[in-house]
Ligand binder design. Structure first.
Ligand code: AMP
Length: 329
């Protein structure tokens, strides 16, 4: 299949490992206040120092038992706050005449200054536009059902080529997705120290749900929240109630981290192609033709519509965690 974007999953690759978005946890007032009292140059240096300290905190054994393994409840936030306090206590010792008991070693200023700020260039990402600003220490994450085409990869590629050609005749540029998956969460922006506990919480809940099979049937059109991309998806026909059971458990987990739940209308699908911008109207006009190609293909390759769901993937940045479902009923 041709390479291309993959909906939410592609965002994770595009947004890469370490950063990846606006956590949304800093209030506008706080942002303004911080910006008012320092020059852009100072702000850049301060921000990088703070991030380095934060990353060091996470890596410090004394803080890891709190930071790595606790949910962001009021008490855990204060524990993390105490950790930060401890770091700055050490540097405060230098203002008195006493020798510091211990001190974190700051990165040389030159290194902090020469680290390049991340600048997005949609031309390098097939015209895709970032949905949230790049920010170090935040990780774009997604829970999904991976779908493997196996021996059907080649026939699926020619099916996609027919869809793309049909759209092209009407000047709609469609790019095939290179990975098929069914998203079970929105794209989540996680702090590094949430990844481990959240993965384990998800594993504990989801592993109680039995393996099942699902069946794809028919096409649908989706637009992302920002209206910057349109997706053509194969809808889940059978297996919806099992996906609902998983999502209900997952949403309970996400609520504990104050993360957003999945879409309420639960339109489960596997995106097979995408376009930049909101071209939903154009695609809707073409839908009868596209549906026709789709049913012809499925009438030949009858087995490709059925997928056994034995495990899920939780992708955080470029890292994939496998979460197995309960074997057999
Ligand atoms: P995905 O293929 O899972 O990456 O989804 C493609 C896009 O569909 C995402 O950017 C979602 O924001 C969007 N979308 C819009 N409405 C829905 C819905 N009801 N259920 C799932 N995804 C949706």
């Amino acid at each position: 299949m041709a390479t291309g974007g993959r909906g939410a999953l592609s965002l994770l690759e595009y947004y890469g490992s370490d950063s990846d978005g606006d956590s949304g946890y800093t209030s506008e007032d706080e942002k303004k206040r911080k910006h008012e009292f320092s020059s852009p140059h100072e702000r850049k240096r301060k921000r990088r120092r703070a991030e380095d300290e934060e990353e060091m905190l996470v890596d410090t054994p004394s803080s890891s038992c709190h930071a790595h393994h606790t949910r962001p409840t009021a008490s855990s936030e204060s524990v993390m706050g105490e950790g930060r306090q401890r770091l700055s206590d050490h540097t405060m010792d230098t203002t008195s005449n006493q020798l510091p008991r211990s001190r974190s070693i700051p990165l040389p200023g030159e290194l902090l200054l020469t680290r390049e700020d991340h600048v997005d260039d949609p031309r390098q990402h097939q015209g895709r536009i970032r949905s949230f600003p790049h920010e170090r220490g935040n990780w774009a994450s997604l829970l999904y059902v991976p779908l493997h085409l196996g021996v059907y990869g080649a026939s699926f590629a020619s099916f996609m080529a027919s869809l793309v050609a049909t759209c092209q005749e009407q000047n709609v540029v469609l790019t095939p997705s290179s990975d098929l998956h069914i998203s079970l969460t929105r794209t989540l922006i996680l702090h590094l120290h949430w990844i481990y506990p959240l993965t384990e919480d998800l594993r504990a809940r989801v592993s109680q749900i039995s393996k099942f099979s699902l069946w794809l049937h028919g096409l649908n059109i989706y637009v992302n929240d920002e209206g910057t991309r349109t997706f053509l998806g194969l809808r889940v026909c059978q297996g919806r109630s099992e996906l609902e059971d998983i999502i209900s458990e997952v949403d309970k987990c996400l609520a504990e981290y104050r993360l957003p739940p999945f879409y309420k209308d639960g339109s489960y699908h596997a995106s097979i192609a995408w376009s930049t911008g909101d071209v939903s109207e154009d695609l809707r006009r073409l839908l009868p033709q596209l549906e026709n190609i789709c049913s012809q293909y499925f009438s030949v390759e009858t087995d490709i519509r059925t997928f056994d769901v034995d495990y899920l993937h939780f992708k955080t940045g470029n890292r994939i965690h496998t979460i197995h479902l309960k074997p057999g009923n």
